[in-house]
Write a protein that binds this ligand. Structure first.
Ligand code: FAD
Length: 423
């Protein structure tokens, strides 16, 4: 989309990003690519994404391509997924086979990939720094002040930082969210937890109240396993080392092949899965939330980080357009509301899709499960004329979720918003 940048002004917003997770880093890169001054403050003393894998669906690849980062990610161990085999819990028999690489490229423009989280984060950090973003570790934000002009971040050290825009990319237990809403809103327990494990095998199982996803990371040297089961952690505990014997017991009647795999697991981190109803607002004054801070989701559409990365890329592009089109500082709160409007419907649909996938994966044996297995056993993933009763296979949803260009959508939204401002 062509944007007329040959106009007016030179106001270049300075941006403070709270949180150096995947969403905050994407926002930093997007803002630096627009030439904005960027400071990221991160509570952790060092950056070390937990030792587990992450799937990059086509929408995440689209943003990484926009950032010109696909070669670096490949060098860091990005793996293309060949196909997704869906197996029955009890005996590992094949329920269905979703094609990956070719199918995904043909239908959505980009393919599906996996990587170790630490490798993904490292590539983004290096790029943000290379572009000139200032990343300050050991700099926890204690609170955020959200006026229309010149918002402030107060660090726990007592230092104050002031910018034109603050973005709260501080994740599930976001302080910035409290500042934006004016009250504490905690994420809800979803009722599930995940064991996060690294092993050397690949498959996906669907079974009663549980499912298991496995995919390779580290150039295929290691396999990431996410074992989802009902949550039994106390309300106040978000994660703790898992009891391996207890985990094996939970799956004692599952496929013997899977059990042999679990028999070899020595360490598994037990990780509570959170969710949240849509927030009433994501912005206050010139402060806006992004990623898990405003739309945490159960990870059953493999799209939580991809949404955070899209949010970051959209904020960067919109602020770049502000800079190029001469929009004044006073208009920043309105522009951030535009960001919220553009993103909220999409992320709310994604959260609902992930919830629907949970029902699909976790069916108990019975009539509905037999219908599901018969459908996927016979499903042609290439034929768009066939309607599907499940979002997981419905082309309407799949195109909406994975074929979407978030930045182009933001550019269109900005043009309309700008016209409205001139009325
Ligand atoms: C088991 C599991 C599997 C998943 N698999 C996938 C997948 O395959 N694909 C996918 O797209 N998504 C997946 N997700 C979801 C994904 O992990 C999250 O949606 C994503 O990491 C959110 O990114 P974020 O940047 O918004 O937040 P975070 O990654 O949580 O980053 C927040 C950052 O803010 C920092 N911070 C917090 N408070 C402060 C403060 N006061 N001051 C300064 N810094 C602060 C934190 O230290 C952290 O670095 C999965 C989630 C789980 C639980």
């Amino acid at each position: 989309m062509a944007i007329d940048t040959d106009v007016l002004g030179s106001f270049s917003p300075t941006v403070i990003i709270v949180g150096c997770g995947l969403g905050g880093l994407a926002c930093a890169i997007a803002c630096r690519r627009e030439g904005l001054d960027v400071t990221v403050v991160e509570a952790a003393k060092e950056l070390s994404e937990v030792g587990a894998g992450i799937q990059l669906p086509p929408i995440a690849l689209r943003i990484m391509d926009r950032f010109d980062l696909i070669p670096q990610l490949r060098r860091a161990g990005l793996q293309g997924q060949v196909k997704c085999r869906i197996l029955r819990w009890e005996d590992g028999s094949l329920i269905g086979l979703r094609p990956e690489e070719d199918w995904s490229v043909q239908k959505f423009g980009y393919s599906w990939h996996t990587i170790h989280r630490a490798d993904y984060q490292r590539v983004l950090v290096e790029e943000a720094k290379r572009l000139g973003a200032k990343i300050r570790l050991n700099s926890a934000a204690a609170s955020v002040d959200c006026p229309d002009i010149s918002p402030k971040v107060y660090l726990e050290s007592g230092e104050q930082l002031q910018g034109d825009v603050v973005t709260g990319a501080d994740g599930l237990h976001s302080n910035t969210r409290t500042a934006v809403l004016g009250y504490v809103k905690n994420a809800k327990e979803s009722g599930d937890l995940a064991y996060r494990i690294n092993r050397d095998y690949r498959a996906t199982y669907w079974g009663p109240d549980s499912h298991i996803v496995m995919y390779p990371v580290k150039d295929g040297q290691l396999l990431n396993m996410v074992v989802i089961r009902p949550d039994d952690l106390p309300a106040e505990v978000a994660r703790q080392p898992g009891d391996i014997a207890e985990m094996r017991k939970m799956f004692e009647y599952w496929d013997p092949c899977l059990r042999r795999l679990l028999d070899n697991v020595k360490v598994a981190l037990k990780w509570k899965i959170w969710t949240m109803d849509p927030l009433e607002t994501w912005t206050k004054g010139s402060v806006a939330l992004l990623g898990d801070a405003c739309h945490p989701t159960v990870p059953y559409a493999a799209a939580g980080a991809a949404m955070a990365v899209e949010d970051g890329a959209v904020i960067g592009r919109l602020l770049g357009l502000v800079k190029d089109s001469g929009v004044s500082k006073e208009k920043l709160p309105g522009m951030l509301q535009l960001y919220e409007t553009i993103r909220k419907e999409r992320t709310t649909t994604t959260v609902a899709t992930a919830d629907a996938n949970r029902d699909l994966y976790h069916m108990h044996d019975g009539v509905e499960q037999e219908k599901r297995d018969a459908f996927f056993g016979d499903h042609d993933w290439w034929d768009e004329r066939r309607t599907a009763p499940y979002r997981f296979a419905d082309f309407g949803f799949l195109h909406e979720l994975f074929g979407f260009d978030a930045v182009e959508d933001a550019e269109e939204g900005f043009l309309m918003w700008e016209k409205d401002q001139q009325k």
